[in-house]
Structures are given as C-alpha cells and as structure tokens.
Design a protein around this ligand. Structure first.
Ligand SMILES: NC(=O)c1ccc[n+]([C@@H]2O[C@H](COP(=O)([O-])OP(=O)(O)OC[C@H]3O[C@@H](n4cnc5c(N)ncnc54)[C@H](OP(=O)(O)O)[C@@H]3O)[C@@H](O)[C@H]2O)c1
Length: 330
C-alpha cells in the first residue's frame, strides 16, 4: 500500500507557490506496538499553514524541508496496535498532508460523527470553531447589547464568532471581500451588517453601523484594517487578535499606528492561541453541535478534491477564492 505525501521542499518569500511542495509516493510503514494507522479522508487547509512553512519557531516549530507538510486532517483508523484506539473509529489531529498517517495517539481527538459529519470536525466543530468559541467568549467576553465587529467575517472562524455573538445578544458587523460573502453573512448567519472591504470605505461604514463605537473587535485580518477598527473603539473595548491574514505573506508585517486609541478607550488587546484551550474542547463541541442541530448556527464548506491540489488550494485562502471552510477531500 502506498502513501501519497505532500512534502515541503522550499520556503516561500511572499505568496505560497506550487513549487514549494512536492507530491511523492512511498510505501506505508509497518505498525509498531502502541501505534495506529489512519486513512485520511479530509485535509484541513488553514491560514496557519503559511506560518508553518517558515523557518524557526513561533508557538510551534516550522516544518523541516523535505518532510510531510503539517496540517490538520481527519480520517478513520484502519489498523490499531494501540490499547486506547479501535479500528473503525474516526479521529482528527495534526496528521499531515498525506493519505495515510501513522500515529502514537498523542494529540488525537475522537470525532463523534453522530454530532456532525467528519468534515465538520475540521471546521466548526474542530480547531477553527474552537478558536471562534474561546477567542470570543474567553478573550472578548461579550455582554448583551454590545457591538461586535469582525474582520475576515465570512471565513469559518469569523462567521462562527459572529453567530456566537448573536446568540449572546450582541449587534454584529463584519467585513468580507465580495457581495456574495456579505449577503451570506446577513441572510444566513444573521449579521446586522456586512461591509465589502474591497469596495466600501470601512471607516465610514463603521461610523454608520456602530454609532456608539465597537465594544469587541475580533481581528482575523490585521494591517490597516486593524487601525480603522482601533479608531472606532468604544470605551472599555476588547480587541481580540486572532490572526492577520493580510500580513502573512509580507515582511515586515504592518503594525498598528492607532494604538494610542487603546489608552483613550481604556481598552485591552488580547491574543488567542486555540491550543491553550485543548482540554476544554469537549464542552465547546457539545454546545456548538447543539446550536447546529437547533439551527441557531450555520456553517459553509468549500471542498476541493485530490491531494495533488494541496498547493493551489492553500493559495485560495490568500486570494479569497475560498467561500467557507476550505477542505481537501483525499
Ligand atoms: N489564533 C489562533 O489560534 C487561530 C486559529 C485558527 C485560525 N486563526 C486565524 O483566523 C483567521 C481566519 O481563519 P479561517 O480558517 O476562518 O480562514 P478563512 O477566513 O476561511 O479564509 C481566509 C480568508 O481571509 C480573507 N483574506 C485573505 N487575504 C486577505 C487580505 N489581504 N485582506 C483581507 N482579507 C483577506 C479571504 O476572505 P475575503 O474574501 O473576505 O477577503 C479568505 O477567504 C486567520 O487569520 C487565521 O490565521 C487563528
């Protein structure tokens, strides 16, 4: 049996390129004691992949050249010599961009497919959904009646943040890069307003939609948009820095010049790394799957087929060509 592997072979300067990866085939290794073999069904294409292609360590070490590209994936256990895992179970974790993954079980989470299809365990019920849940509730601390502004709102993280904020009784405004994404936010996700940042003046739109200022800014985009949001903060505002996708391909990254607004607004800037909440995921999955089944929460997936499409699909995250949680069906 052969394993198809997407290996990182070059570190990009700027935008990800197809030539940064090589697709190779090699035999699946034999199982040792306490190992299990997973047949991946979906690979999760997350913006974090861009950072993992760089050299050095941030919150996690960059991928070594010539090795399997790191990514989340989900699949079924087809063989097990591990006492805690049985054949047939579905699991997800950092299993890499490959068709089969050997694992010692560390860091794997079980996917209860009664709570949602396997692919959802890489999206709204997986790492990005957990980011939305803990980033908003633990760092943003929303209160009923407050105004929440989200950048990159049509993605899996942003749209989930907005829907949780609506459940908590907030007014919700988001930015997205097309009219169809803005319509989705208002008509499907229940946002109060959506701003097409490519066509509208975001500062003017915020003054219209947030007359009392922004109480929580949940930032997925960074760059000049962060400055615009800072200029519109309400007193006591919380800024949650979740990501800065507009800056991942840039060196140096743009830093905010409006940061003194944090002083005058008596505000806070907080960063979130989802892995800090790993022990609390089960309670969040329980609550989110309940909201999904009650129709209080919607989610959208964008599925690309074929592991050899890995590089071109990753690029979609940075051009905005994905509409929903980007997945690669193996
Ligand atoms: N801190 C954590 O633990 C953690 C965990 C997971 C994710 N994140 C972060 O959360 C953010 C959203 O992730 P996601 O998985 O939900 O991705 P996503 O929003 O589904 O996909 C990325 C989207 O970003 C937008 N984008 C790309 N380049 C942009 C630019 N220059 N300016 C403005 N928007 C741009 C595009 O949408 P448009 O069409 O709207 O431009 C694109 O569709 C990312 O910043 C990611 O790094 C953080």
């Amino acid at each position: 049996m052969n394993n198809i592997i997407v290996a990182l072979v070059a570190r990009p300067e700027g935008m990800v390129k197809e030539s940064d990866f090589d697709v190779i085939s090699k035999p699946v290794e034999a199982l040792a004691d306490n190992q299990l073999l997973i047949k991946n069904e979906f690979l999760s294409l997350d913006p974090a992949i861009r950072g993992w292609m760089n050299e050095g360590t941030t919150y996690i070490k960059g991928v070594e050249l010539g090795t399997v590209m790191r990514c989340f994936s989900a699949g079924q256990i087809i063989e097990s010599r591990h006492p805690d895992f049985k054949e047939g179970e579905y699991v997800a974790g950092l299993l890499g961009a490959q068709t089969y993954a050997l694992s010692d079980g560390k860091g794997l989470s079980r996917c209860n497919i009664d709570k949602g299809a396997l692919s959802l365990h890489l999206g709204v019920l997986g790492m990005p959904g957990m980011t939305a849940y803990f980033g908003l509730l633990e760092k943003g601390k929303p209160r009923e009646g407050e105004t929440v502004f989200i950048s990159g709102a049509a993605g899996v993280v942003g749209s989930t943040v907005g829907q949780i904020a609506k459940i908590k009784g907030c007014k919700v405004i988001g930015t997205a890069g097309s009219a169809s994404k803005c319509n989705y936010l208002i008509n499907d996700c229940g946002f109060d307003a959506a701003i097409n940042y490519k066509e509208e003046n975001v500062h003017e739109a915020l003054q219209t939609h947030c007359p009392d200022g922004i109480h929580i800014f949940y930032d997925n985009v960074g760059g000049p948009l962060l400055d615009t949001a800072l200029a519109n903060l309400a007193r006591g505002a919380r800024v949650v820095i979740c990501g800065a996708i507009s800056q991942y391909n840039k060196k140096p990254m743009y830093g905010p010049s409006n940061y003194m607004k944090i002083v005058t607004a008596r505000g806070y800037i907080n960063g979130i790394i989802v892995f800090d909440y790993i022990h609390e995921y089960p309670k969040a999955v329980e609550e989110m799957s309940q909201w999904l089944s009650e129709g209080k929460m919607k989610t959208k997936e964008h599925v690309v087929s074929g592991i050899e499409q890995f590089a071109s699909a990753v690029k979609m995250l940075f051009t905005g060509d994905n509409f929903g949680k980007l997945l690669l069906q193996v």
